[in-house]
Design a protein around this ligand. Structure first.
Ligand code: SF4
Length: 266
């Protein structure tokens, strides 16, 4: 369809306005560094919001080195912990399964390559379009507020979350399921053991998550396996609503809801 003169003019005006606004924004930011207004501390945080120029960024682009995991070492560590041959706390105190990986570009794609001294060489594709990933990285606005008051919740060793403002807490209530799907990323029903949270563990997790700051809005999603297989599913939903979670969700296949009107009404 031919483009009319009016449309062309509008596009030109749009480009000029966007370009001018970009320059004005960068200029204001530049001078703000030297005469900054005091940062605002919202009531959901004990620390002030960060100015854009105060936000740090990780090392981006490629080639670069990053921390990664050896899939073989992770599987073996999981088996040792399940058999009681390794303390689960070593996941916090040691770098279990961690190895260095290189992020590299090959033929317009971005790959992660890594070598484990025990299990050998691994390669995973990260992006099929390196230009698109570069664009995503370029638009990363920088790290958010440092997490604080969250020692009970965010103590995961080298995987500890250090920045953010509270969003969605995912609680895996059980690894049981009423299905056995091949591509299940949780291997629900397929690992030969049941891992299920007790009531005290559920309330502790939900209580701890409400204590952290910053916590702009905290939602919870009950997941699994199939969360409705947990005997505490309905009570957990009620408890989370009572604590004031912003929204309470369930990642469910819906079978239990479809089977019983009474279950839905609970
Ligand atoms: S958790 Fe979901 S994907 Fe996994 S077996 Fe159950 S229904 Fe299937």
């Amino acid at each position: 369809m031919p483009v009319s003169t009016g449309t062309r003019v509008l596009k030109c005006v749009d480009q000029v306005v966007s370009f001018t606004a970009g320059i004005a924004f960068d200029t204001i930011h530049f001078f703000n560094k030297y005469h900054p207004n005091p940062s605002f501390t919202p009531k959901w945080s004990d620390k002030p919001l960060l100015k854009s120029w105060q936000k740090s960024k990780p090392n981006l682009g490629w080639p670069r080195q990053t921390d990664s995991l050896c899939p073989g070492c992770v599987k073996e560590a999981r088996e040792r912990i399940i058999k009681g041959e390794q303390q689960y706390r070593t996941l916090i105190t040691e770098k279990v399964g961690e190895i260095k990986a290189q992020i590299v570009e090959r033929d317009g794609q971005v790959w992660m390559v890594k070598d484990c001294p025990i299990h050998g060489h691994f390669e995973d594709i990260m992006a099929i379009d390196s230009k698109f990933l570069a664009w995503i990285e370029k638009n990363f606005p920088g790290r958010d507020l440092p997490a604080h008051n969250d020692k009970d919740l965010h103590n995961h060793g080298s995987s500890t979350i250090r920045h953010g403002r509270g969003s969605v807490l995912t609680v895996d209530l059980t690894n049981r399921c009423n299905m056995m799907c091949d591509p299940c990323f949780m291997d629900a029903n397929q690992v030969g053991f049941v891992h299920e949270l007790g009531w005290e563990e559920i309330t502790e997790i939900l209580d701890n998550a409400m204590k952290i700051k910053p916590k702009r809005q905290m939602s919870v999603q009950f997941s699994g396996g199939e969360p409705t297989m947990s005997p505490y599913f309905v009570d957990a939903v009620r408890y989370a609503r009572k604590l004031g979670y912003n929204s309470v969700q369930a990642a469910t296949n819906g079978i239990e809801f479809a089977k019983s009107k009474e279950f839905c009404q609970r």
